[in-house]
Design a protein around this ligand. Structure first.
Ligand SMILES: [Zn+2]
Length: 312
């Protein structure tokens, strides 16, 4: 937070990094640091002043959070218009005004274009924080007007220690593998209900692949879950099938607890098919929050999966 002290903070920061690394927490801490009236050494917010208390209560007038109306949906132009109108007014407290856009990759094209004007004509004492794990989905025009802040992956040992302090009962290594090493995501997955959900979905995945379940029925069930998570699990299973087919002894797996079943299924499919399935999953991920509704997208993926499997 050196920029804060020198008063030369860039007016828009693009905070990037994998899911579950605490990007939004970092953004909130930075906001708190700017809004706090008696921040300590290194910009640490005091936690007690009026600004800090308002922020904690979630109703600081100079801290605005812009999110999709529902997770996985787009941030629309009306939301950005409303924000840019408010942006031109002076701050309520006479200090900084901070806006958090999360996830920034949810901005649809019209919303991004509308935001662009604000990024081009910065108002002093304002800061816009764009948080994303998929920076490639943001238009280059937006990216080029922000200063980049990369949140790195912590080393495995550190992540494991932290996770153990939060969830001592959990299978730490499995959770970190499932989360590709990102500690907050791993903690999120530590919820037994989430792990049960994953187990049930994996069973249905194999059932569709072997022709034992109707892909459309399964798609309707999966559609009730958070689409980003469904797609990340689905891609993870296929990635592991590819890895195990290429290097049967690999230790680098996203789902080490499912080694045997994924290996078996992967071996029953040609490489070409596996890559097509993976492409389908990536395309669906790119289209999240876009035009295609999520159930249709899942139907498309699962019909493809059903078509490639060996009927038992
Ligand atoms: Zn304070």
């Amino acid at each position: 937070m050196n920029g804060r002290r020198s008063g030369k903070l860039h007016h828009a920061l693009l905070i990037r990094g994998a899911k579950g690394l605490g990007k939004a927490r970092f953004a909130r801490l930075l906001a708190a640091s700017l809004l706090c009236r008696s921040a300590g050494e290194g910009g640490i917010p005091c936690g007690q002043c009026k600004e800090c208390l308002l922020l904690k209560a979630g109703n600081h007038p100079d801290f605005v959070v812009i999110m999709p109306e529902e997770p996985g949906k787009a941030i629309k132009i009306d939301t950005i218009r409303e924000f840019t109108r408010a942006e031109s007014m002076t701050t309520q407290s006479g200090g900084y005004k901070v806006t958090l856009i999360e996830p920034a990759d949810a901005l649809n094209m019209a919303a991004a274009n509308s935001l662009l004007k604000t990024l081009e004509e910065p108002v002093s004492q304002t800061l816009i924080l764009l948080v994303t794990s998929l920076p490639g989905r943001l238009p280059a025009t937006i990216r080029s007007r922000c200063r980049r802040v990369d949140i790195p992956l912590p080393d495995r040992h550190q992540a494991r220690q932290w996770l153990a302090s939060q969830s001592p009962e959990a299978d730490l290594d499995l959770l970190l593998d499932l989360a590709s090493g990102a500690p907050l995501l791993a903690l999120d997955l530590a919820d037994p209900e989430t792990l049960q959900q994953r187990a049930a979905m994996l069973e249905e995945f194999f059932a569709v692949l072997t022709g034992k379940q109707d892909p459309l029925v399964v798609a309707a069930r999966w559609d009730k879950q958070e689409p980003g998570r469904v797609l990340s699990w689905y891609s993870g299973w296929i990635i592991d099938m590819v890895r195990l087919k290429m290097a049967p002894d690999t230790q680098s797996l996203l789902n080490p607890d499912q080694r045997k079943t994924l290996q078996l299924s992967g071996n029953s499919l040609e490489f070409k098919r596996l890559y097509e399935l993976l492409d389908g999953a990536y395309e669906a991920t790119r289209n999240l929050g876009g035009q295609l509704n999520s159930q249709m997208m899942l139907e498309r993926l699962l019909l493809m999966l059903a078509g490639y499997g060996n009927r038992a």
